[in-house]
Structures are given as structure tokens and as C-alpha cells.
Write a protein that binds this ligand. Structure first.
Ligand code: ATP
Ligand code: MG
Ligand code: MG
Ligand code: MG
Length: 428
């Protein structure tokens, strides 16, 4: 992609409405624009990151044995009356009436719809268990939409639902998802702490929230300092991890058996990026989702549900990866891997070298954003630092005169001068 033609409306000034770094940077880097309170347009650069996050989530869901489907965003109120949640859900639900005066809603979550699909289409224990998921937009009419995409009203969520014949089956699905979540967040460069949580309005009795620690997080959390020590290691040891004390504030109990002494207990803020629940038969009972068992008896499906805030994750990643100058994308989610800077557009050698590099990287499947604009070096460096691509490759007349370009790593700040060939070898 050439920057001269790319739709990348960056901002020099810090937008006044943005209170936290990720929101400021997403606006400044031309990734999103607000169209109404808590509702955003995803501009090309932002959309590329969203798709990358989505891809990682999808790959890990598939690897965990979940199957993707896609449910509509608009649902019927009658379906929600079956579970009793139409009235119970309250003002966060956006209610809509169609031309025939039928009551509809924009889904804030999908337990009812998936339970209906399951109930109407699974006919035997032989088809069990099932784990189904989608990545779809949700709408919640939040009281206080804020922090950009972090708490939007319209947001992208991965929601997954498991159906099993018994508690053992449900527990197995829960554990599989638990592990898949840790892998998912890790691939994005995040250390998510699974916190024992309240199961709230969704119901059920076993629940974990996955939190990214950040000062700007909206949730209060308590955890054993051993987590910080674990996080520093490369491999997460699940066995150890599951025994450690980590809870959201509504669950905190200093008299709990595994609650560490005050000097080992940390109180912090977290961003909730995922939430998993064991639901039991709450929905299958209310909506009569039964499966004939081996002896012909009817068995209520044992369910679980598992959410990931796909669009919120973008904010969480930026909170974890930025500095004064801009974003520092982890490679796995970066919108492009390389930012190629031509320091003197119009200079024959610079142009030729950059065109060659651009073609060679592109042919090797490396995603490059080529700054071919006729602009000052300072502007180019500032923009590249702002949008935070992992690698900056800088070609200028002085370097090229002695056969070198400069390769900068945005995360570490490390710069090296090397030949074009060596730079290409490093990047492909
Ligand atoms: P919160 O406590 O932040 O309001 P929640 O507990 O209501 O979130 P869940 O019902 O658990 O959310 O939904 C699953 C996931 O969807 C959350 O863990 C979060 O990552 C994401 N999510 C929820 N609400 C929003 C929102 N308004 N904007 C962006 N992402 C959201
Ligand atoms: Mg909420
Ligand atoms: Mg919550
Ligand atoms: Mg939650």
C-alpha cells in the first residue's frame, strides 16, 4: 500500500474528547471515527487490525473444536420472552418495532438464539457434544459509552456456546475454552489473568473473566503477586495458575483459603477482554432444549457460554503497547509489518531503491506501507511512529550513497544500518 493514496486521516492534535491513550491514539492514527455516541466507523487502518484480532480469535476457536456460524444481529422479542430475559434485560437492550408492530431487538448477546437453533436441529445424543461460535456485532445501550471502542454501544464480540449431555461434558468444554483464551490473548502479546468472577445476569455458577492489567481498566481486581512472576516466564503453567488467587472485586474475600497475605496480594485495575460461564440448564430448561439420550430419555442440554471483546481488545492492546509518540503494535496484529520510508521522494536513487524494496517485500507476502509522499522527513517519522508498524525501513540519499538503509524496530527502538539485501533477508 502506498501512503500517497491510502485513506489515512491522521491528526496532529490530541482530540479533546479522548481521555485514555488508546482512544487518543486510535483517533490520531486514523483508525476509527465516532459516528454517534459509542458507535464507530472503522477506517482502513483500524479495520486491518480488527481483522487480525478476529483471525487469531477464529484460529484458536477452531483449534479448540468450536464451529463457526453466523446469527443475525436483529432478533425477535418473543424468543427472549421464552427465557424471561426480554423484560429482565432492561435499558441496555435496544428495542425496535418493525412495520407490522412486531417487537424486535438488536442482540446484546445470543444465548436465546443459539439455544433455539440447537433445540430445533440437534436430534440425538449421537450428535453431541457441540461447540458453536460466531464473531458478530452486538449492541448494548451502555449508560456511559466511553474510552472509544473500549466501551462502545455497538461492538464486535466473539460469542461461543457449548452443549453437552452432562455436567462432565460441560466442564470439559469450559476447560478447553479456558485454555484457548489464554493462548488467544498470548498470541496478541497480552498477558490476560483469569479471574474468578460473578456470573451476573447471564446466570450459571462457574465463571471466569479474563483481564488485562491497566491503570485505565474499569474493573477492580485482586490477585496473588505470583502472577507477575509467572507472567515474566515464557510458558504459562496452567496447573500453578489455576491455584492462584485472582478475583474481581465483587468476589474478593480476604478470608478465602487461597487468598495470600496482604503483602502478597495486589489490588489493580483490569480491562475485561473475555468472560466464560458455565450455564448449566438455565436456558435449556426455560426453552426446552432437550436431547434424546441412549435410552430414549430426554436430557436437558448442559450449556456454557464464552465471550471475547474483539473490538475492545484493540483498545487493550494499545493500552499495553504505546509510548509518547504513538502505538507499538505487536507483530501478530499489526496493520502492516513494515513501514517503508522514502526520505527523498523524487530522488532517482531513493525512488528506485524503495520501489525495488516495496516490490520484493510484497512478492514475498510481507505487508508494507510505503511512504512515498513528497513530504519532510520529520513528518514521515512522526506518522510512522504514530501508527506504530513493527518495522521501519528508511531509505535516504546519504545512506544509499554508501549502500545502506536503516532498519528500526518500533518496539525496542533499536536501529541498525545494513545493506538492502540484508534488510530484505531480515524482513522476509
Ligand atoms: P463490562 O463489564 O465491561 O460491561 P460485560 O461483563 O457486560 O462487560 P459480557 O457480557 O461478559 O460483558 O460480554 C463478553 C465480552 O464482551 C466482555 O468480556 C467484553 O470484552 C466485551 N464487551 C462487553 N461490553 C462491551 C462494550 N460495551 N464495548 C466493547 N466490548 C464489550
Ligand atoms: Mg456490561
Ligand atoms: Mg463485566
Ligand atoms: Mg462479563
Amino acid at each position: 500500500m502506498r501512503l500517497s493514496t491510502y485513506f489515512l486521516p491522521t491528526l496532529k492534535e490530541t482530540p479533546a474528547e479522548a481521555q485514555i491513550a488508546s482512544h487518543r491514539l486510535m483517533l490520531r492514527a486514523g483508525m476509527v471515527r465516532q459516528s454517534a455516541s459509542g458507535i464507530y466507523t472503522w477506517l482502513p487502518l483500524g479495520l486491518r487490525v480488527l481483522k487480525n484480532i478476529e483471525r487469531i480469535v477464529r484460529e484458536e476457536q477452531n483449534a479448540a473444536g468450536a464451529q463457526e456460524l453466523l446469527m443475525p444481529t436483529i432478533q425477535s422479542a418473543d424468543l427472549w420472552r421464552e427465557s424471561g430475559r426480554y423484560d429482565a434485560y432492561g435499558k441496555e437492550m435496544l428495542r425496535i418495532t418493525d412495520r407490522h408492530e412486531r417487537e424486535m431487538l438488536y442482540g446484546p448477546t445470543n444465548e436465546e438464539l443459539i439455544t433455539q437453533i440447537f433445540r430445533d436441529n440437534v436430534r440425538s445424543y449421537r450428535e453431541m457434544p457441540k461447540i458453536l461460535y460466531q464473531i458478530q456485532w452486538k449492541f448494548r445501550d451502555e449508560v456511559r459509552p466511553r474510552f472509544g471502542v473500549m466501551r462502545g454501544r455497538e461492538f464486535l464480540m466473539k460469542d461461543c456456546y457449548s452443549f453437552a449431555m452432562d455436567y462432565e461434558g460441560a466442564k470439559k468444554a469450559y476447560e478447553v475454552m479456558f485454555n484457548a483464551y489464554l493462548k488467544t490473548f498470548k498470541r496478541m502479546g497480552l498477558t490476560a489473568i483469569p479471574m474468578a468472577a460473578d456470573s451476573g445476569a447471564i446466570g450459571g455458577s462457574l465463571s471466569h473473566e479474563f483481564h488485562i492489567l491497566a491503570e485505565t481498566g474499569e474493573s477492580g481486581v485482586f490477585y496473588d503477586v505470583a502472577y507477575d512472576e509467572l507472567a515474566a516466564k515464557d510458558e504459562i503453567d496452567l496447573e500453578t495458575l489455576s491455584k492462584l488467587y485472582a478475583v474481581t472485586d465483587e468476589k474478593h474475600d480476604s478470608s478465602a483459603a487461597n487468598c495470600p497475605p496482604a503483602e502478597r496480594l495486589k489490588e489493580a485495575r483490569g480491562i475485561e477482554v473475555g468472560h466464560i460461564f458455565y450455564l448449566g440448564t438455565k436456558y435449556s430448561k426455560a426453552m426446552n432444549a432437550v436431547v434424546p439420550g441412549p435410552g430414549g430419555e430426554t436430557v436437558l442440554a448442559e450449556m456454557g457460554c464464552y465471550g471475547i471483546g474483539v473490538s475492545r481488545l484493540m483498545g487493550a492492546i494499545i493500552e499495553a503497547y504505546h509510548d509518547d509518540r504513538g502505538i507499538k503494535w505487536p507483530e501478530a496484529v499489526a496493520p502492516f509489518k513494515v513501514g517503508l520510508i522514502n526520505l527523498k521522494a523524487g530522488d532517482a536513487t531513493c525512488d528506485k531503491t524503495c520501489e525495488d524494496i516495496y516490490r520484493s517485500l510484497s512478492e514475498n507476502g510481507v505487508e508494507v506501507l510505503y511512504d512515498d509522499r513528497d513530504d519532510r522527513a520529520g513528518v514521515k517519522f512522526a506518522d510512522m511512529d504514530l501508527i506504530g508498524l513493527p518495522w521501519q525501513l528508511v531509505a535516504g540519499p546519504k545512506g544509499l550513497a554508501v549502500g545502506v538503509v536503516e532498519l528500526k524496530n518500533r518496539l525496542s527502538g533499536e536501529k541498525v544500518e545494513l545493506s538492502v539485501e540484508a534488510a530484505l533477508a531480515r524482513l522476509t
